[in-house]
Design a protein around this ligand. Structure first.
Ligand code: DAH
Length: 353
């Protein structure tokens, strides 16, 4: 009898296990779908005695509503993800979430950006050049003559093309990993006439054994100012400004006579030791001063080689080590920390962002 079938189907619908989306779908196909049992029951309604038909019809409609209500309620729950929540009743939903740790900027990047900001305020722009440089830009154009001992000062990684036995590999190498950022000066002057006011931060390479004080890869920032009537006084004032902005007003600067092939006169720039404030300690080897870079007036021969008229223009340049500056600023004692990527070291610079 139809009523009995309705009662059985009702019991089935009430008891149906709808834990998963798959079970819910099977439920829909079996009961409420177009070819489901309910459609079938509605079809059979015409076999019921006309006197009973109304009552049975009502019962069937209620059953259909029940099935639909179960289906929709469960579908909403599943969509809201409630069914995926961990079943563990001891889980404490009030616990704070596990923090997603953000990375931090590398101390060398922070210092490079600070240097760029300080010099941008007085009109310097940023220029870049290749790390694989040719011999001419790295040495010749900067007044390092062939076979000049100055070339030995910077132990160079030469780059050769071709296989070991090829003709190129046997010829003297004309490419190298740049040993300083000074070749970028030449590239800037070749590309542009004065006034030039540029800084050139970048990575440089030297064939050195790695230790706490030396590395085969480090960073420099070069500065170049070329215009009419530029003098050593301009260089000194700019370096004073730069050092005070970077390290603070109480740090002193001194220029020590030196030699570089591409500047005349040349000087080394020292600042008072930040650790002992000039009293003398093992960082400054008891002198109270530490070197941060080299500087000088661009040699007229370098201007000429780079396409700038030395009769009309003069200029100054400097080059400083970014690692050196960073070590002094944050009292870091071992260069190797910069490349080891130990997060216990790198995380300490988070607060400087
Ligand atoms: N290029 C030099 C070095 O790596 C540093 C230097 C000295 C750069 C004097 C300059 C400069 O621009 O004028 O040791």
């Amino acid at each position: 009898m139809l009523q009995e079938t309705i009662a059985r189907v009702r019991a089935e619908i009430e008891a149906a296990d709808l834990a998963t989306a798959e079970q819910l779908d099977q439920f829909r196909i079996a009961y409420t779908g177009r070819k489901g049992q309910l459609a079938d029951l509605f079809d059979q309604l015409k076999t019921v005695e006309p006197t009973d038909r109304r009552a049975v019809g009502q019962e069937l409609n209620q059953l259909k509503q029940l099935a639909q209500a179960r289906f929709e309620e469960r579908q909403q729950q599943l969509e809201a993800g409630a069914a995926n929540a961990p079943a563990d009743p001891t889980f404490d939903y009030t616990l704070p979430p596990v923090p997603q740790a953000l990375g931090t900027r590398h101390p060398l990047s922070l210092v490079r950006e600070e240097i760029v900001r300080i010099l941008a305020r007085i009109g310097f722009n940023v220029a870049e050049g290749p790390e694989i440089e040719d011999d001419w830009h790295n040495f010749t154009a900067l007044n390092f003559p062939e076979n000049h001992p100055a070339r030995d000062m910077q132990d160079t990684f030469f780059v050769k093309s071709g296989g070991a036995d090829s003709a190129e590999a046997k010829a003297p190498a004309s490419y190298l990993l740049r040993t300083h950022t000074s070749p970028v000066q030449v590239r800037v002057m070749q590309a542009q006439q004065p006034p030039i006011r540029s800084i050139m931060p970048g990575r440089v390479y030297r064939n050195e054994a790695i230790s706490a004080r030396a590395h085969m890869m480090f960073h420099q920032v070069e500065a170049l100012f070329i215009d009419e009537n530029v003098s050593f006084a301009d260089l000194k004032q700019t370096v004073y400004y730069f050092v005070q902005e970077l390290f603070g007003d109480d740090v002193q600067v001194r220029f020590r006579p030196s030699f570089f092939p591409f500047t005349e006169p040349s000087a080394e720039i020292d600042i008072t030791c930040l650790i002992c404030k000039g009293a003398g300690c093992n960082i400054c080897k008891g002198t109270g001063w530490v070197e941060i870079g080299g500087a000088g007036m661009v040699d007229p021969a370098v201007l000429e080689q780079s396409g700038i008229d030395p009769e009309r223009y003069s200029g100054y340049a400097w080059g400083m080590g970014i690692e050196r500056i960073t070590m002094l600023k944050y009292q870091i004692k071992d260069l190797r920390l910069f490349t080891e990527n130990d997060t216990r070291f790198l995380r300490q610079f988070e607060s400087l962002l």
